[in-house]
Design a protein around this ligand. Structure first.
Ligand code: IVH
Length: 667
């Protein structure tokens, strides 16, 4: 192709790809299949590889930023990012309206929008191209997070009309589901969790490594035009329409209201409906619609006089703590939980909330009989926010963490540097034993279908099992006598137990419940050790050489295998036929997918991530977590992450879910 033709094709491809991004991520109405999309992207990548001089910052190949930054550059906002005055109830709203009317007269309309609970960002487009995205900072100077914002696929890198200059504000946020997923993953990796989606979004946007940010499923609603060249706008409603036509994701739940009653009606609706939204909102923003009226109202140093943030009453409730119970987890951690009189909160009835640990109780000074304020963190997890000390009668009883395990009576100790007390009963503590067996049988571990907590408790109570290995010597007669177990379910359970012998070494390692060894670490270990025997022989210094295995994990593994009880269980498992082997890196794998490496990204419809990984491994393939030139296939589900972009960049073969199913012979 001649240079001119190449350039034309590159431009055409970029337009097409961004067009399809827009249909997919903004309108949620995909127009082409993933495979067709991939073909366009591949073609663009190839052309850009051949002609790197043609790469521009708005190319869809540039969404996944390059190298981690040493720090964020500072950006001085051309228009300071003001914040809004809060209105906490009808009276505050009336006051706001009165002040507006006093300046502009009673002929006033309001645009009411949802107040998205995320982080405010300022975006600048030059000649239609996104040039800077910055955090609010102190309102005057923010941080340049352009790289991270670019990973948000619903954010246009190029406007649908080439305006000379545009500056807008929007809210970057993490959807509730992504928040829950992120926290679950962090918890299983032993990392601290985020208190709410807003903090999670802030943490993600301020990641120096754009690849981490790209993983975090952020999204963005744009809600304000700060400056535009080439358009004569007269109302805010028009501005929002303009934003929509430029390709931004603008929140559809908004209303132009002609009087305060309409505003309040809208507010009442959303106070209930907000829990059904897939993202968190903490109120509404009410803005004067006419821009000339906005100008007449002006702003104070801190906030505009033409808008107000109507905050929903926090979803909090008061209740009385009746009991603090202490439960024992599988690693012996004692967790205190407050049991209180049931209250309605964010759409459900709650009667318990974790108190985390001794320090938390001490800091909040929670006592039995106290009246406390409870709320749901991120609309999801109930928590005790504060104690109403003024309601104390003197009858409240301070709580002491037990110095012995409530389940087995062994001493409970608080290790240095830890907030938790741990039961020292180990394998002699029935609670730890129960929790470990529950974990052993759980879905991502040995995946023994039909073996839930209730049956495990019965099996323990009847002394039919004492450790996970005993599951493999259960007989039909043992099971059929249990409550709620008929002949068929007993047979099914035995079959499921038998089937679990075929599980991978990674699953077994994870199932053992070694402290700090989550699924990812287990997968890494199984790639470097052939069998449990080999892993048991590993020393701390061998283990720390592996990727993702730090000294904390390594020491935990070594001390786990030093406990004679644990060694016994492993010997019993082996005797029962639970002794999976893995193909060590570089080894000769067998099976249809032998030697092939896969990376999964996005949500698959037919499988969970771990099921798909098992499927790959069962055929001799390897599922890894990062895409490199050596990766053979990247399997792409819905809402893929940065791995997808990386695969496109490297030209790695991309498979849709259907193509993957064909390859593994499921379809
Ligand atoms: S308008 C001058 N609209 O709420 C424009 N803000 O203090 C002022 N927010 O920091 C902001 N959703 O981050 C506006 N639809 C919306 C919003 C919104 C969320 C945030 C914004 C701001 C805070 C108000």
């Amino acid at each position: 192709m001649a240079d001119k033709e190449v350039m034309e094709r590159v431009n055409q491809l970029r337009r097409l790809i961004e067009e399809h991004n827009y249909y997919y991520y903004v309108l949620d109405q995909p127009r082409i299949t993933d495979a067709e999309y991939d073909r366009l992207m591949q073609e663009l990548i190839k052309l850009e590889e051949k002609h790197p001089e043609l790469i521009t910052p708005d190319s869809p190949t540039q969404r996944v930023g390059g190298q981690p930054l040493p720090f964020f550059a500072q950006v001085r906002h051309r228009f300071p990012l003001l914040s809004l005055n809060d209105a906490f109830g009808v009276d505050d709203l009336r006051d706001f309206h009165r002040r507006v009317v006093a300046t502009v007269g009673s002929d006033v309309e309001y645009v009411v929008e949802l107040k998205i609970d995320g982080l405010s960002v300022a975006l600048t487009y030059d000649q239609g191209i996104l040039v800077t995205g910055a955090t609010r900072g102190d309102g005057e100077v923010g941080e340049d997070v352009t790289q991270n914002l670019k990973t948000i696929r619903s954010l246009p890198l190029r406007l649908r009309q080439p305006l000379a200059r545009l500056e807008v504000r929007g809210e970057a946020f993490m959807p509730k589901e992504a928040f829950a997923r992120l926290n679950a993953a962090r918890e299983s990796a032993g990392e601290p969790t985020f208190a709410n989606p807003r903090n999670a979004a802030a943490g993600s946007l301020r990641q120096l490594d754009p690849k981490v940010a790209a993983h975090r499923s952020l999204d963005i609603f744009v809600y304000q035009v700060m400056y535009v060249e080439g358009y004569q706008l007269t109302t805010h409603a028009q501005a929002l329409e303009l934003l929509e036509s430029l390709g931004f994701k603008v929140n559809p739940h908004r209303r132009v209201c002609r009087c305060l009653e309409e505003v309040m009606d809208f507010a009442r609706q959303w106070e209930d409906k907000r829990h059904d939204l897939p993202y968190q909102i903490d109120g509404l923003v009410i803005k004067v619609n006419r821009l000339d009226q906005q100008a007449a109202l002006g702003a104070t140093a801190k906030s505009p006089r033409w808008a107000v943030a109507y905050k929903f009453p926090a979803e909090q409730a008061q209740t009385v703590v009746r009991q603090i119970v202490v439960s024992v987890g599988r690693t012996g951690v004692l967790t205190p939980t407050a049991i209180f009189d049931p209250v309605r909160l964010a759409g459900t009835t709650v009667s318990r909330a974790t108190l985390h640990n001794e320090d938390y109780i001490r800091e909040k000074d929670v006592r039995l009989g106290d009246t406390v304020v409870v709320q749901k963190a991120g609309d999801i997890i109930p928590e005790v926010v504060e104690v109403k000390k003024e309601k104390r009668t003197g009858q409240e009883k301070p709580f002491q963490m037990p110095r012995t395990c409530p389940e087995c009576g062994a001493p409970a100790v608080r290790l240095e540097g830890e907030a938790a007390y741990r039961c020292t009963g180990g394998i002699y503590c029935p609670a730890q034993v129960r929790e470990r067996i529950i974990h052993f049988a759980s879905r991502n571990a040995m995946d023994i279908e039909g073996l839930g907590p209730a049956i495990i408790s019965q099996l323990l109570a009847a002394s039919l099992i004492r450790d996970p290995a005993d599951l493999y010597s259960l007989r039909y007669e043992d099971l059929v006598q249990l409550e709620r177990m008929g002949p068929q379910s007993s047979k099914n359970l035995l079959a499921a137990i038998e089937r679990s012998k075929q599980n991978s070494l990674a699953q077994l390692i994870f199932a053992l419940g070694i402290m700090h060894v989550g699924e990812r670490a287990a997968a890494v270990l199984s790639r470097h050790y052939h069998s449990l025997d080999e892993l048991m022989a590993a020393k701390v210094e061998d283990l720390t050489k592996l990727p993702d295995v730090g000294p904390k994990i390594a020491e935990s593994i070594v001390s786990f295998f030093e406990v004679p009880g644990n060694r016994q269980v492993i010997a019993k498992l082996k005797a029962a036929g639970v002794d999976p082997r893995s193909e060590v890196e570089g080894g000769q794998a067998q099976g249809k997918l032998a030697g092939k490496t896969f990376v999964l990204t996005g949500t698959l419809e037919r499988f969970s991530r771990s099921e798909a990984e098992k499927l790959i491994e069962s055929q001799g393939g390897k599922a890894t977590s990062s895409v490199s030139k050596k990766t053979d296939y990247v399997v792409v589900g819905a809402n893929p992450g940065s791995k997808y972009d990386r695969a496109l960049q490297l030209g790695v073969k991309i498979l849709s879910e259907e193509e993957f199913l064909k390859l593994v012979g499921v379809e």
